[in-house]
Design a protein around this ligand. Structure first.
Ligand SMILES: [Zn+2]
Ligand SMILES: [Zn+2]
Length: 260
């Protein structure tokens, strides 16, 4: 069985001490591909550095909605150069809107979200989208974007059924996190996950955040190896053959990000 953690932040300082051991645990859990997602210029660069020594790692460049206040034309230009010069860069993101935490003002988030949709499209990179509580603005901006080809994933999906079907209609993948495994918080997601066509599902940890059950009771920090628990929960609720489903999801991830 081969699993792909399609979204992680293992450049985070909390992995510094046991980075190689953490990657080994991922291997042991059949996790043979890991996407390291950038949230600003610094982390985009760090992800690229990490991938140099580890061939199972691929990366993205982008500015997270929380970090939108720090974005500028100059930052976008630097990210474009990073993408052009490093073959490990397989996606643009994460970008989008997060009106839950409001770490950056909404108009600033919208401005740089739109700008990054075009930056990714110009480089022909798939997009990694982050959406939380944007009250329809995320979809409005996305739908009105004048781009020819749409390729991307709405990571850590937490929206409504209607939103999910709109994402699917636009051609995007849906990223499922460990929320799926959480008893109460995951209830709605478990129902919606059953409605996603199999060829459009990705699994992810969003490590170090969102530790899935049952690990969540033992450790606070999430790590790529734990995507196995997300996968097993998904297979269980779908009543699917694990071998078969893991093959489909691996292929989905490579269809989006390119072959590992
Ligand atoms: Zn995110
Ligand atoms: Zn993330």
């Amino acid at each position: 069985m081969k699993l792909f953690d399609s979204h992680s932040h293992i450049d985070d300082i909390c992995f510094k001490k046991d980075f190689d051991a953490m990657l080994q645990r991922a291997q042991d859990a059949s996790v043979h591909g890991i996407m390291v997602v950038g949230i600003n210029e610094k982390t985009s660069k760090k992800a690229i550095e990490l991938s140099k020594d580890h061939r199972n790692l691929i990366t993205s460049v982008g500015v997270h909605p929380h970090d939108a206040s720090t974005c500028s034309d100059d930052v976008i230009k630097k990210l474009e150069e990073l993408a052009l010069n490093h073959s490990c860069v397989r996606a643009w993101g994460e970008t989008g809107l997060d009106f839950n935490r409001m770490h950056s003002p909404s108009d600033v988030q919208e401005k740089w979200f739109e700008r990054q949709i075009y930056a990714g499209a110009n480089l022909n990179l798939p997009m990694i989208f982050h959406e939380r509580d944007s009250d329809g603005r995320f979809l409005e901006i996305l739908e009105s974007a004048n781009i020819k080809k749409r390729k991307g994933v709405v990571h850590c999906f937490s929206g409504s059924k209607e939103e999910m079907f709109k994402y699917l209609d636009l051609g995007y993948y849906i990223g499922i996190t460990g929320i799926l495994t959480i008893k109460k918080r995951g209830q709605a997601l478990r129902e919606l996950a059953l409605l996603i066509p199999e060829d459009r599902i990705l699994i992810e940890t969003d490590a170090p955040y969102l530790t899935p059950a049952p690990k969540k009771n033992k450790v606070r920090r999430n790590e790529p190896g734990f995507v196995k628990h997300v996968f097993q929960k998904l297979a269980a609720i779908k009543n699917a053959d694990e071998e078969e489903l893991s093959g489909i999801i691996w292929q989905n991830t490579e269809n989006l990000y390119g072959a590992l």
